[in-house]
Ligand binder design. Structure first.
Ligand code: AMP
Ligand code: GLY
Length: 420
């Protein structure tokens, strides 16, 4: 098969690694890819839906896998399917489950899916009135895509009002100014993945994401500083509840609404500390980054075969197998300063000296090479992933590699996978 993977992050590097391992793969292209991906796929530097569609029309891939939500929200999957190209990636309509919080909330109401109580507002004054009526911790969420920056978990009404001001008065996000204000839920979070086509679904692993920049979950939110898979809090009882209360109802809703969902649904779940019930915080309509980096290293079955079956509505016949005893940890190496200001074009000296194997892999997100030197061009730069029979083994391994990497500006959290 000729396979195109769209995207340029560590998530796409993880997807490319799985595709490259498959015996079914003849040619693998990544659009645009990055320096790390370039070692296992041919990278093509295209950066818009239009360019990608034209390239696909000419080269007729057997499968296109779309990584980033931006392209899904633009309807790239629909446009490619119109050209009769099999696509792993939901339609524009289905991508609204992620791209609009208001759409997601209405969907949950309609299909009785357990989620935090919320109300939607399109102006500053009504938002303030609502906040005044509900003192204490509260969450303000911008309605549209905001690269992980649209959620404000507020300690009190003052902070919540400040968030509303940023959105409605300062207009820090582009697009329609709509927000949802949501009850705060105290609990433990996990990320849960489900493959879906028009006729069936299969679960695809879980992970715990460390979202804050600092040790002990302190400091600002980031795109994710590490993950462990499977999520340690996920026992059989909780998984049964998640499937019954969230997965089956979501898949049922997607089919009833005719959303044309051929891809992966990522459930951001909070397990309520008071009731022990799972509540849905968000849907994403793509793989999580850095969740897929750790989950993918535990997969024992052929991902290309499964992804193709999703794209062609044959998921029911696909055999998805994870190694149930194997654990995995992903540690992110970021440029010091992230998620605020940080330097670019910093130099990583000895990446090529580190041996990679079936048990240890370094995925790249923001690297490039210039005159033989590896340099950085982003915040989250490398994902070091180790797998093994227990979390402690994985932890020792990823931290040993993190220490060895000779990069002056590196930063990583010291507590990924600790206290299990
Ligand atoms: P989201 O992008 O909706 O997943 O939100 C980003 C992060 O904010 C989540 O991963 C949670 O840590 C936190 N968060 C979002 N909604 C809530 C809520 N209702 N209660 C508590 N924390 C929340
Ligand atoms: N790790 C969270 C995300 O990919 O949105």
């Amino acid at each position: 098969m000729i396979v195109f993977v769209i995207g340029s992050g560590a998530r796409e590097h993880a997807i490319c690694r799985l595709i490259n391992k498959s015996k079914l793969c003849e040619f693998l292209y990544c659009i645009p890819g990055n320096y790390g991906i370039n070692k296992i796929a041919k990278c093509i530097n295209l950066n818009s839906s239009e360019e990608i569609i034209n390239y696909c029309k000419k080269n007729k891939p057997d499968l296109v896998i779309i990584g980033p939500e931006k392209y899904l929200a633009e309807g790239l999957a629909d446009d490619l399917r119109k050209q009769k190209i099999p696509v792993f990636g939901p339609s524009k309509l289905a991508a609204q489950l992620e791209s609009s919080k208001d759409y997601m909330k209405n969907f949950c109401k309609k299909y009785n899916i357990s989620t935090a109580y919320s109300e939607t507002f399109d102006n500053f004054d009504d938002s303030i009135e609502f906040i005044n009526s509900r003192p204490g911790k509260i969450v303000v969420k911008y309605d549209g895509l905001a690269a992980g920056k649209g959620v404000f978990v507020c300690e009190n009404s003052e902070e919540a009002k400040h968030a509303c001001k940023k959105i409605f008065i300062d207009k820090v996000f582009s697009g329609d100014n709509k927000i949802i204000i949501e009850e705060y839920i105290e609990g433990k979070e996990l990320s849960y993945f489900v493959l879906i086509d028009d006729e069936s679904y299969q679960t695809f692993g879980s992970a715990q994401d460390y979202k804050r920049i600092g040790e002990g979950d302190t400091g600002p939110n980031t795109g994710g500083m590490g993950t462990i898979s499977p999520a340690p809090i996920l026992d059989n009882l909780l998984e049964k509840k998640i499937i019954e209360d969230i997965v089956i109802k979501s898949v049922d809703g997607i089919q009833k609404e005719l959303l044309e969902f051929k891809g992966v649904l990522f459930l951001g779940i909070m397990v309520d500390e008071l009731t022990n019930e799972p509540k849905l915080l968000e849907y994403n309509t793509r793989f999580g980054d850095p969740e897929i980096q750790s989950i993918s290293m535990r997969l024992d079955s052929d991902f290309l075969s499964t992804a193709h079956s999703v794209a062609t509505n044959n998921l029911a016949y696909s055999d998805v197998k994870f190694n149930s005893t194997r654990k995995s940890i992903c540690l992110i190496l970021a440029t010091r300063g992230y998620p605020e200001e940080y330097p670019r074009d910093t130099v990583i000296n000895n990446l090529e000296d580190i041996n990679q194997s079936e048990d240890l892999f370094i995925f790249h997100a923001a690297t490039y090479q210039e005159e033989g030197i590896v340099k950085t061009n982003g915040g989250r730069v490398l994902s070091i992933v180790a797998t093994g029979n227990n979390y402690q083994y994985c932890r020792n391994k990823v931290y040993e590699v993190a220490e060895r990497i000779n990069w002056k500006e590196k930063y990583f959290r010291p507590d990924i996978g600790l206290l299990l």
